[in-house]
Design a protein around this ligand. Sequence first.
Ligand code: FES
Length: 180
Amino acid sequence: MTCICQDEHSMEQHFFQDDVDLSLLHEILVRNRSEAGNLITILQETQDLYGYLPLSALRYIADKLDMKRSKVYGVATFYTQFRLQPVGKHLILLCQGTACHVNGADRIKTALCDELKIHIGETTDDGMFTLMEAACLGCCSLAPVMMINGQAYGPLTPDGARKVIRSLNTEQEQREGVET
Ligand code: FES
């Protein structure tokens, strides 16, 4: 017979341990009445809150819903919508849906990877950008398109995509300049 603790322990390797502020999660659980049937919604809102699903948050959710941790981990790893690792300040979702694909999404990907010096699924060393691929983002008329922190950019050219990244970097530098 397999020990559940061992199962849980090996599943926890998928997640990132982070000491996030769990008091913010309390509100999400209250809003969803701490019902096990609302687990997916709770996980979606948790991801919106932290940008990904931290291990400490998943343990907290399992305890509050009175569910086995392995069940919560199983749902978090089953659905591709859930991110298990921290993301950068700007999350770039590059669409790989059909309209974007036929309109040159791969050329945009090459330009972004080159500009950011990372591969798909990675975060820049300064923690500014995470680059991910996504299915249709629902704005095919802008193909090829990327979405950054919920804002759509398109139709993109490789140079246009680089410019967006550079302008976000410039904005950040200006903001830091104002703060110091
Ligand atoms: S295929 Fe890219 S937004 Fe629809």
